[in-house]
Design a binder for this molecule. Structure first.
Ligand code: AHR
Length: 512
């Protein structure tokens, strides 16, 4: 039983805060020690044929009054280019294991339709297919990452898709591509051999999938100087057995293994924006679990692959809330609040810190689905708090990870606790040091006394993403409720800096 706070304890606590200020955390950034690169693909994205991610969100068609380039929304492309989107995964998700790529090529009005059984049983008209996706990636200047169909597709179909996209000479598939208007092949590096094959991708046992993976990947060929980075379906959350079996039976035949983890929505959230502190706490506590999941999957991978040749490609992650009231339950359309920004900020810090093994991550999903960057409403778009985390964290792209030692207090709620602060740091090609700090505590600031080991005498600037309430979010009517602003609360000290990270905020500092 917990004792109720008395007037005496309340007064004492308030007095302590007045006298000593915010709780102090000690941070050491080992600026003279970095050796691993934070692969920019950790900041990757995922777009599935689901709800209004592709249709309406990205693809509006050439005849749309919404400004577009060959059918693809200009505003969405512009917004994604501004966060330097490095890689985009497509066409699913669960949709990938039902998708037959030949339905999505050729004159659009002649393309066959299909039923999108996973996502609302709606009719898919296949107007957005291979050419459109690769055009989108060219407009975004990002790497395409295609997920092939193992669950309901054939080996021949998968082999031909790669030939269609990448073969330069004369062949049935290259000729078909030319007939459809594309002479030169595209470059395609990332190819996934199935998605969630333990679930929507075929309900397989790991032993069975491992054998299928070995078989399918054999025919995913390197044509015309293109080299494919083959990615096997990874585990769901804490399914360590899946990682064990895949690494044991097929580890030598894969370049990447792709785990998935969604951190839910807290305890009783009614929606992405209708929640209270109990949900904030439980959601963020659950999001922090990704550190333990990574550590344990890495331990297994290290036994089979001590040289860390096989990458973790964390190609689905994020928050999963109840859909916005009045929207299709299977379209997974959710708003996005400061809570989601915090999920993104702390998860990306964890990925950065695990960049020795984690070489790509793809938040689910880019537009209008789950933890989206962008929401659309006809011609209007709104950028979410999560989008702004991606914008702030561009400074870490391809930086050198700097090891950090953090000693901080806890954020306590309902008799439970999590570390209040979460951090990662990097050095960019110009020698600037970037530090991203997330203060999870919704009520208390954290004072940070930081040492920049081996790098002193710096000028420090910063930006902050926060709001007055934990449920704050951007809407079409009020699109700027949660946006980064300049942060001036930092003082350079002998050998480092002191700052106070406000409650429920993400602060990104640059020392140069
Ligand atoms: O991102 C939504 C769905 O979540 C994906 O289609 C599937 O892979 C996962 O279960």
């Amino acid at each position: 039983m917990t004792a109720k706070p008395t007037i005496f304890t309340v007064l004492t606590l308030s007095l302590c805060t007045l006298v000593f200020g915010a709780e102090t955390a000690k941070l050491t950034i080992r600026a003279d020690e970095g050796k691993e690169t934070i692969n920019r693909n950790i900041y990757g994205h995922f777009a599935e044929h689901l709800g209004h991610c592709i249709y309406g969100g990205i693809w509006v068609g050439e005849d749309s009054p919404i400004p577009n380039t060959r059918g693809i929304r200009n505003d969405v492309v512009g917004a994604l280019r501004a966060i330097q989107i490095p890689v985009l995964r497509w066409p699913g998700g669960c949709f990938a294991d039902e998708y037959h790529w030949k339905d999505g090529i050729g004159p659009r009005e002649q393309r066959p339709t299909m039923v999108n059984t996973h996502w609302g049983g709606v009719t898919e008209n296949n107007h957005f297919g291979t050419h459109e996706f690769l055009d989108l990636c060219e407009q975004l200047e990002c790497e395409p990452y295609i997920c092939g169909n193992v669950g309901s597709g054939t080996i021949e179909e998968m082999a031909e898709w790669v030939e269609y996209i990448t073969f330069d000479g004369q062949s049935p598939m290259a000729d078909l591509r030319r007939k459809n208007g594309r002479d030169k092949p595209w470059k395609l590096k990332y190819f996934g051999v199935g998605n969630e094959n333990w679930g929507c991708g075929g309900s397989m046992r790991p032993e069975y999938y491992a054998d299928l993976y070995r078989r399918y990947q054999t025919y995913v060929r390197n044509f015309s100087g293109n080299r494919i980075f083959k990615i096997a379906c990874g585990p769901s959350g804490a399914n360590y057995e899946w990682t064990e079996v895949l690494m044991r039976e097929a580890g030598r035949r894969m370049a990447g293994l792709a785990p998935h983890f969604y951190c839910g929505s807290g305890k009783n959230s009614r929606s992405a924006t209708d929640f209270t502190e109990i949900d904030w706490f439980w959601q963020l506590k659950n999001a922090l679990r990704i550190k333990e999941l990574l550590t344990k999957h890495e331990e297994i991978m290290d036994r089979y692959d001590p040289r860390k040749r096989v990458a973790i490609i964390f190609d689905e992650w994020g928050a999963w809330h109840a859909v916005e009231p009045g929207t299709n339950r299977r379209f997974l359309y959710q708003q996005n609040s400061l809570r989601d920004a915090m999920v993104a900020g702390l998860t990306l810090n964890i990925f950065n810190n695990h960049c020795e093994r984690v070489k790509m991550a793809n938040i689910a999903q880019t537009v209008n689905v789950l933890q989206a960057m962008i929401l659309t409403d006809g011609p209007r778009i709104v950028l979410t708090p999560t989008y702004y985390v991606y914008r702030l964290y561009t400074v870490h792209h391809d930086g050198t990870l700097l090891p950090t030692d953090l000693n901080c207090g806890s954020y306590e709620f309902g008799g439970d606790k999590v570390p209040a602060l979460n951090v990662s740091a990097s050095r960019d090609a110009q020698g600037r040091i970037h530090v991203s700090l997330c203060n999870i505590d919704p009520d208390a600031a954290v004072r940070v006394e930081a040492t920049l080991q081996g790098a002193d005498g710096r000028r420090i600037t910063g930006q902050i993403l926060t709001a007055d309430t934990i449920t704050a979010h951007n809407t079409f009517e009020n699109p700027s409720a949660v946006e980064p602003v300049a942060f001036r609360g930092v003082t350079v000290t002998d050998g480092g800096f002191v700052t106070e990270v406000p409650s429920k905020s993400i602060v990104v500092l640059t020392a140069q």
